[in-house]
Write a protein that binds this ligand. Structure first.
Ligand code: FE
Ligand code: FE
Length: 287
């Protein structure tokens, strides 16, 4: 299969790794305020540049358009493996330090979950959690695929990373979108809330008929740090969201901190994952 490369640029895939390091630093327990400030715009300019674009362009209108486009699942039928192999053609040429493929990141996450004795559905969640990044291969720009996510159509929380960059978002000029609940009803629940577009929204939609509710929360909100780590957007949450949040939090460290672990051996692991996938999914699903 042909390889699609994403070259170094402020919007390049390097941002994803910069971003991972950034959130790992931001949320690593025990860090002092001083250390937190080391991750500001001056220190990680590519991450700052990325969020500047992301926060400016992720408007409610943009999100509604992407939901319409991708939630119809008209990108063809693929098995989970085929999707993982497809995603694996995405190569980050801009980061010489990481020779981890996309599948290796998925396997590191899922294997760390497996080692800790979590249920099989959670291991599978680890394996599929970033498959939504195939959006890059459909031609979506980085700022519409990766990075922290946040609700659109209501006031921005200052708990969202780089909140100052929302100043350039046209939604800021729409008073209706800038109240605490915006276009939503208080306590309506996150299922009614439109999130900034990215790989979380896409993968959780693709697998919604096959995975348990806890898994769907992990998938849909794994990049919504303002909520799962900071507890922001309380005004929109339902009791069900509150009940699911511990699951999202439980998943997060496996995604963030498994990156430095030993390289998984794909050949050795393949049959385990084939069986696991077959337990939850039909041969091919709509993407
Ligand atoms: Fe992710
Ligand atoms: Fe990930």
């Amino acid at each position: 299969m042909a390889t699609v490369s994403v070259s170094a640029s402020p919007d390049g895939l390097a941002v994803e790794d910069g971003w991972s390091a950034f959130v790992a630093g931001r949320y690593h327990e025990g860090k002092s305020e001083e250390e937190f400030r080391n991750y500001d715009a001056a220190v990680v300019p590519s991450v700052a540049e990325f969020y500047k674009t992301n926060h400016e362009l992720q408007t409610l209108e943009f999100v509604l358009g992407k939901e319409k486009e991708y939630f119809a699942l008209t990108k063809g039928k693929k098995s989970i493996w085929e999707a993982a192999e497809f995603l694996n053609t995405l190569v980050d040429e801009s980061d010489p330090d990481t020779d981890l493929t996309q599948i290796e990141h998925l396997l590191q996450t899922s294997e760390a979950i497996r080692r800790d004795g979590h249920p099989r559905w959670m291991i599978l969640t680890g394996f599929i959690h970033d498959l939504g990044k195939v959006l890059c291969l459909y031609g979506e720009p980085q700022w519409a695929v990766v990075g922290d996510t946040f609700p659109v159509g209501c006031a921005y929380s200052d708990k969202v990373v780089f909140p100052e960059y929302f100043a350039a978002n046209p939604d800021l000029q729409v008073p209706e979108y800038q109240t605490e609940c915006g276009i939503y009803e208080a306590r309506c629940g996150l299922s009614k809330v439109h999130m900034s577009w990215g790989h979380d929204a896409y993968i959780s939609h693709v697998v919604k008929d096959y995975m348990p509710e806890e898994a769907l929360y992990m998938l849909r909100y794994h990049s919504f740090y303002a909520w799962h780590q900071e507890g922001a957007y309380e005004q929109l949450l339902s009791e069900h969201d509150e009940a699911m949040r511990p699951w999202v939090r439980k998943f997060n460290p496996y995604d963030l901190y498994s990156k430095g672990l030993a390289k998984p051996n794909l050949a050795e692991l393949k049959s385990f994952y084939e069986d696991l996938i077959a337990e939850f999914f039909p041969d091919k699903i709509d993407w």
